[in-house]
Design a protein around this ligand. Structure first.
Ligand code: HEM
Length: 129
C-alpha cells in the first residue's frame, strides 16, 4: 500500500480552525451591535444565532466542516440577503466592522490579506440596492 499524498492544510486549519473564526465573528458582531445603521437590519433581538450562521458559513467556505450547509442548505447568499436593503452605506459599515475584526486576529500578512480580499469582494457582491 502506498501512503496517501500529504495534504496541504486548508486555510481553515492554517489560521487556527474554529476558534479563530469564532473570534473573528464575535469581534465583528461587537461592532454591529452598536451600529445605528446595521443593528436594526437584524431581525432577531439576540445576535448570537446570526453570529453562529456567519461563523459556520465562513468555516465551511475556507475548508472547515460543512456544518453550515448541513443545517442551512445551499448558501445562496445573495438570495438570503434579498430581504435586506444592502446599499453602499450598509456595505461600508459592514466592511468597517469586518476590517476591525480581521485586524484583531493578528494573522501573518499573507493570510490577513487573503481573508480580507475575500470578505471585501463578497461584500461588494452582496449589494442589492
Ligand atoms: C455587505 C453588507 C452586508 C450586510 C448589511 C449583511 C446583513 C445581513 C443580515 C441583516 C442578515 C440576517 C441575519 C441572520 O439572521 O442571519 C445576514 C445574514 C447572513 N449574512 Fe450577511 N450581510 C452583508 C454581507 C455579507 C457577506 C459579505 C457575507 C459572507 C461573506 C455574509 C454572510 C451572511 C450569512 C452566512 C448569513 C446567514 C444566512 C442564513 O443562513 O440565513 N453577509 N446578513
Amino acid at each position: 500500500m502506498t501512503a496517501p499524498a500529504p495534504q496541504e492544510p486548508s486555510f481553515f486549519d492554517a489560521i487556527g480552525g474554529e476558534p479563530t473564526f469564532r473570534r473573528l465573528v464575535d469581534k465583528f458582531y461587537e461592532g454591529v451591535a452598536t451600529d445605528p445603521l446595521l443593528r436594526p437590519m437584524y431581525p432577531e433581538e439576540d445576535l448570537g444565532p446570526a453570529a453562529d450562521r456567519l461563523t459556520l458559513f465562513l468555516m465551511q467556505y475556507w475548508g472547515g466542516p460543512n456544518t453550515y450547509s448541513s443545517t442551512r442548505g445551499h448558501p445562496r447568499l445573495r438570495m438570503r440577503h434579498a430581504p435586506f436593503v444592502v446599499d453602499e452605506k450598509a456595505r461600508d459599515a459592514w466592511l468597517e466592522h469586518m476590517r476591525n475584526a480581521v485586524d484583531s486576529l493578528g494573522l501573518p500578512q499573507a493570510q490577513h490579506d487573503q481573508l480580507w480580499d475575500y470578505l471585501e469582494r463578497a461584500a461588494y457582491f452582496m449589494v442589492n440596492a
